[in-house]
Design a binder for this molecule. Sequence first.
Ligand code: PLP
Length: 372
Amino acid sequence: MSRFLNGRYGGLEPYTPGEQPKVPGRLIKLNTNENPYPPAPGVSKVLQWDPETAEQLKLYSDPEAAELVGAIAEYYGLETHQVMVGNGSDEILAFAFMAFQPENGRIYFPEISYSFYPVYCDIFGAKGMKVPLRDDFTVCPSDYYGAEGTIVITNPNAPTGMALSLGEIESILDANRNQLVIIDEAYVDFGGESAVSLLDGHDNLLVVQTFSKSRSLAGARIGFAMGHEDVIADLNKIKFSFNPYNLNRLSILAGREAIKDREYFRETCRKIIETRESLAAELRELGFEVLPSKANFVFARSGHMGGEEYFEALRQRNIIVRYFKKPKIDDFVRITIGTDEEMKMLIRATKEILDEKLRQEKREGMTKGEKS
Ligand SMILES: *Cc1c(COP(=O)(O)O)cnc(C)c1O
């Protein structure tokens, strides 16, 4: 820390992103929930670096990102003033945390959820209210009734993958008419139900989505929010006070092409869901507990080893998954759904690791037997 840092950031604990290997291709990367399939074919077409496209980069991007906002509004059947875009949904969430908390106010979110929320609370001076999950790792809607501050719920939740129904989300909205309820739908396209349909009749709802997961554009940094026009106007006020050109020209084009191609989108989501279901079945056959996932990852634990040990053993076999060294979930690893081929290699490696583990347990049992 330099002597120049503002004291209020002295204790800030930044978010730890999953590892991004420098040499691509050597590792099977199942740790940050990226999509294994390329973006829609239209994206590469529109990003051809001909001199004309390159020349446009001398001009600022459209601060309204109208082409992209229009395409998103059309996709969801909304008015354009109900939609705004951000540099990843992380930026939208940051704007929302800035905008929608009373001075030193409370923000409620599940204790086990996206680990960026507590970081945003710290940086923006909100009091993070961590609401425990039930023992089966589900979010209990009634725990949020009558909250005294903004509510943020990831649905489907991460890293569990488990989803609330639309009815449960609606009950939270109805029980908190005077609080903003943010539903972070980063994974909704893999089997969840979007709360967008509840915007009609709920001016306290803000739905946040991203192009990073289901639209294969994590590197383009595109997120968006959908809500009542006044809520969107508030977010835009923050955005225009912070970084008006938050989306660059290339990302606006890429995003527009990606959301236009509904067929490609449906097909890649379908494949990921199918792969997820067969992976979950195979892991269960190997004795794993796998939480029922509606996301592009599964959260699983083996009865034979802790999460860290399994994580390390996979790492040695050039497969990276995500492990969280936190109470209640440190038996688990989170595995991103890749291609069928990648999942086959994961299962092969897992069988090897389990075999080794069983042999080791047997050896230890024998030495114990000799001693007694
Ligand atoms: C991946 C993720 C995001 C962030 O997405 P970006 O658009 O890439 O910033 C937000 N929320 C959750 C729960 C996520 O998993």
